[in-house]
Design a protein around this ligand. Structure first.
Ligand SMILES: NC(=O)c1ccc[n+]([C@@H]2O[C@H](COP(=O)([O-])OP(=O)(O)OC[C@H]3O[C@@H](n4cnc5c(N)ncnc54)[C@H](OP(=O)(O)O)[C@@H]3O)[C@@H](O)[C@H]2O)c1
Length: 264
């Protein structure tokens, strides 16, 4: 897919992976719609892009407000006249034992990661179906493929995305609309700093896994050619990706390994 002037809508574009994707797509001449809650951070990302007045637009979105998504889609379509690719990247993580995780926190994570993403995608779907083209990308996680301690709700939200978008892909083949699920391993972003504790406070610590992980710029550079090739599922990360294959082929052994490994 030539990216020149393609309209790419990125949620969670104010930091980390979404920000890095914005810069990389901007270098390739794409037109961008940047969404997340923090307007001033979106403005900063826009300013760091070249030719930004012409090619970068901002559309603040709070993914916890599912009912607002139809209106947001109308606004997004008005910005460049159409959308070619939606990258559902915005999300929050969680670090707490399940027993200590309040239901309000479980609902909050599901609301942002799952319901918000589904509501936004569903609101855009009729347009993609009508134009007989479009690419829906979901930034899931290896936690969408297996679960570990301290991440029960986060893993649940990503497993839910996997199930939903695997099914949706089957429905969209006949409409020429593509669905890509991306499963990153560790990427060096603020995702754990921004994660929720059991009571819903900010975790405020950089996770050990993230500290020495792939920088988001490298992640974005590696991801874009795979998206352009319209791969249906993409894994990007380090040794933690082995978990996906161990879970699939030797689940009993994998559980024994996880039981002993110190997961933080
Ligand atoms: N970093 C990793 O190791 C890793 C691994 C696997 C998967 N992922 C996934 O990658 C995606 C991006 O995360 P990241 O690593 O780049 O972390 P990050 O730096 O914390 O970025 C999260 C993004 O999501 C946005 N966001 C959070 N709550 C939102 C809400 N209610 N409404 C709209 N936007 C919201 C944030 O923007 P605002 O605060 O401005 O709203 C921010 O732009 C997430 O889905 C995450 O689960 C990350």
């Amino acid at each position: 897919m030539a990216l020149q002037k393609k309209v790419i809508w990125i949620t969670g574009a104010s930091s980390g992976i979404g920000e890095a994707l914005a810069y990389e797509f901007n270098k390739k001449g794409a037109h961008l719609i940047l969404s997340s809650r923090r307007l001033e951070e979106l403005e900063r990302v826009k300013e760091n892009c070249s030719d930004s007045e012409e090619s970068v637009k901002i559309l603040p979105i709070d993914l916890s407000e599912s009912e607002a998504m139809e209106k947001k889609v109308v606004e997004a379509l008005a910005l460049f006249g159409h959308v070619d690719m939606l990258i559902n990247n915005g999300g929050i993580s969680q670090r707490s034992y399940a027993v200590d995780t309040e239901m309000s926190t479980v609902r909050r994570v599901m609301e942002v990661n799952f319901f918000g993403t589904v509501a936004l995608t569903k609101a855009l779907l009729p347009t993609f179906i009508e134009q007989k083209s479009g690419h829906i990308v979901v930034i899931s996680s290896v936690m969408g493929k297996f679960g570990t301690k301290y991440r029960s709700t986060y893993a649940a939200s990503k497993h839910a995305l996997q199930g939903y978008f695997d099914s949706l892909r089957q429905e969209l083949y006949e409409h020429n609309v593509d669905v890509t699920l991306v499963c990153p391993g560790y990427v060096k972003t603020d995702v754990t700093i921004n994660a929720l504790t059991g009571s819903g406070e900010k975790y405020n610590e950089m996770g050990k896994g993230q500290k020495n992980a792939m920088p988001p710029e490298e992640f974005a550079k590696k991801l874009i050619p795979k998206l352009a090739a319209k791969k249906e599922e993409i894994y990007l990360g380090g040794a933690e990706l082995m978990g996906v294959y161990l879970k699939r082929f030797v689940p009993g052994l994998f559980n024994k390994i996880l039981k002993r490994v110190k997961v933080t």
